[in-house]
Design a protein around this ligand. Structure first.
Ligand SMILES: Nc1ncnc2c1ncn2[C@@H]1O[C@H](COP(=O)(O)OP(=O)(O)OP(=O)(O)O)[C@@H](O)[C@H]1O
Length: 604
């Protein structure tokens, strides 16, 4: 659970400079108060009333140093000089010692935290991405970073210095007339007390709103990702209705709970403030008329107490803005506190000396696994895969084929049993270096925005052009390249040429070959590729088989036939193992699946 402390810690690395700039900003706020005070004193000089003792001593000192006569003109000149320093000289110094640093801290923290956010995104466990869609995550990160960035200069550069200024004003009034100071103190405590109480309640509503907004955003992002399905099922109107309901729910909270709450709060505050201003005017006038305070002090007290009450509005606005952002800032920290996945690879770039090299012998010993403890997905799997062997994993949908591959990649760890590569438990190996010796061609091959060449060398930027050409030849990507106007430099992905499913798969194969893996895993596409593409992929596969350990999650019998070993999984257990011919010889799941496919039905 994230707290206020996490928000403060966001800026922690810059705390020394933060203390300096906040202190400077506060001092300047106090220095500004010199102006109404000096004007009050000028008024006393002009009306020939006595000035305050410290002012009188300062004027006498200046007269002595300069050798000028200490008359009315000289006294006004000294006070004017004071005003000059407190305004004209102060302005540029204030900017460079405060605002520069407030934004500097905000922007530096943003850069640092954006980097830690990316680190977090790269190391969160895969399950997190199964449960949270990209829109939700991106929205939470963007709102969190943005709100932290804007909040810092407002709090450090405005809210805190303004509160200190109000304190300074209180001290000055106290020195002039304690009764007015008392009224001032009581009114501020009352106003701030009410504000804090109400803001606390409003923050709760903001939290609710932030959650609602995240849900809406998440659904919008899903609509973008799944737009083909939405269009195909013609559910646009339904989706629109659903989103409209969500937006209305958000509106109700924001309008009738939050906005109304803030307006009620402001109404209270403004009325109290105006009442207090009026009472201060009455009290100061009475004190002046009875001769208790001078004309100069009357002007000073009235001006600075008006200044203080005028600060109430920005102070409240800032507190309100903070309250509005508070929830999304906390939600950002909740994301940052998500535990890193046990499958997370090190983010340090390893040198080539760290790389492993395996023969590709894999052994699964009594491996069991469950996503949810009560629902076993793999049970007691024992399997030996010799170097350069081709093993096909076959079984109904949900039988655990992909899960087995996830365990091989160490995305998850077996609940019991061991997976060994060349006799070493994969848990004892550095996860990133181990994974670099494996490669997988997914059913849906991801294409990054960039040139085809960038995509091909994604796993191995050091690959030479000759190696790229060779991999493309084996994976039959050269046929694709021949059809593209810019060849290897054709831009593909989001802003480029769209590749077909078959072309993507071949790109995926070439990309995997370029890392020269010891174990290649191929998740055959179930989608009905056209005959040409399917044939190309099969030819590509055929030229790879036997060159390294290959595991195929097979959906087509044609590929399965070529495998040295076929492993049939059923409900998380290995039920049959053998070659195509062996398995066909006796009745079992494989023979049944085979006959189903022969009659035109899919294998899985
Ligand atoms: N992240 C997950 N969390 C919880 N359960 C999961 C998760 N992924 C898969 N499962 C469950 O594990 C079981 C095995 O799924 P798996 O994807 O390994 O099967 P599969 O044989 O590869 O299926 P298919 O051929 O359809 O891809 C299924 O019951 C599935 O619902």
């Amino acid at each position: 659970m994230a707290t206020f402390k996490d928000i403060v810690n966001y800026y922690r690395p810059y705390h020394t400079i933060a203390i300096f700039s906040i202190a400077a900003a506060s001092i300047f706020e106090i220095v500004e108060l010199v102006v109404p005070y000096a004007i009050g004193q000028i008024l006393n000089v002009l009306s020939r009333q006595p000035v305050d003792k410290p002012v009188e001593s300062a004027i006498a000192l200046f007269a002595q140093v300069s050798g000028l006569p200490q008359n009315q003109l000289f006294s006004v000149g000294v006070l004017l000089g004071l005003i000059f320093v407190a305004t004209v000289v102060r302005a540029p110094i204030q900017l460079w010692t405060t605002w520069w640093f407030h934004w500097d801290i905000a922007l530096r923290s943003r850069r640092d935290r954006a980097r830690t956010t990316i680190e977090k995104i790269l190391t969160l466990p895969l399950e997190f991405y199964d449960e949270n869609n990209p829109g939700r995550i991106a929205g939470r990160v963007a709102r969190g970073l943005e709100n932290h960035t804007w909040t810092y200069p407002e709090i450090a550069g405005q809210l805190i210095p303004k509160l200190i200024r109000v304190l300074g004003i209180f001290v000055i009034i106290l020195l002039i007339e304690w009764r007015i100071a008392l009224l001032f103190l009581v009114s501020f405590v009352v106003i701030l007390g009410i504000s804090l109480k109400d803001l606390k309640q409003l923050t709760e509503q903001e939290r609710k709103l932030d959650k609602y907004m995240e849900n809406t955003q998440s659904r919008t992002s899903e609509l973008v990702t799944n737009i083909k399905t939405v269009k195909a099922f013609a559910t646009e109107a339904q989706e629109l209705k659903r989103q409209r309901q969500r937006l209305n729910r958000e509106f109700k909270v924001v309008e009738y709970r939050i906005h109304l709450g803030y307006i009620k709060l402001a109404t209270w505050q403004k009325t109290i403030v105006q009442f207090c201003v009026f009472v201060v005017l009455g009290l100061t006038l009475t004190a002046t008329l009875s001769g208790e305070i001078s004309l100069g002090h009357f002007v000073t007290t009235l001006t600075i107490s008006n200044m203080a009450y005028a600060e109430m509005e920005p102070i409240n606005n800032l507190a309100e803005i903070f309250a509005r952002r508070y929830a999304s800032m906390l939600r950002f920290h909740e994301l940052m506190q998500e535990p890193t996945g046990s499958d997370a690879a090190s983010l340090a770039v390893s040198s080539s000396a760290d790389t492993y090299s395996f023969t590709g012998k894999l052994e699964l010993v009594n491996v069991s696994f469950a996503y949810e403890p009560e629902l076993p997905v793999l049970q007691d799997i024992n399997l030996l895969i010799e170097p350069n062997q081709t093993v096909a994993l076959v079984g109904r949908s949900g039988s655990g084929k992909s899960t087995l591959v996830k365990l091989l990649f160490r995305y998850f760890e077996p609940s019991s049993g061991q997976i060994l590569i060349d006799g070493q438990d994969i848990r004892s190996l550095d996860v990133a270096n181990y994974r670099r010796r494996l490669a997988i061609v997914h059913q849906e091959v991801d294409v990054f925005n960039g040139t085809l060449l960038d995509n091909l060398t994604y796993g191995n930027r050091q690959a030479t052009f000759a190696q790229v050409q060779e991999a493309c030849r084996i994976a039959r990507v050269d046929e694709v390249i021949g059809q593209l106007s810019d060849g290897y430099y054709t831009v593909v992905g989001e802003r480029g040429v769209r590749l077909s499913g078959g072309q993507r798969q071949r790109l995926g194969i070439a990309r995997s070959l370029l890392v020269n893996p010891d174990v290649l895993i191929f998740d055959e596409a179930t989608s009905s590729l056209d005959y040409e593409s399917e044939r190309s992929i099969q030819l590509a596969m055929r030229s790879i088989l036997g060159t390294r350990t290959t595991i195929i999650i097979a959906h087509r019998l044609s590929t399965v036939r070529e495998a040295d070993k076929i492993v049939v999984l059923d409900r998380g257990k290995i039920v049959e193992v053998g070659s195509h011919a062996e398995l066909l010889r006796h009745p079992g799941i494989y023979r049944r699946l085979h006959s189903l496919q022969e009659t035109g039905e899919l294998l899985s």
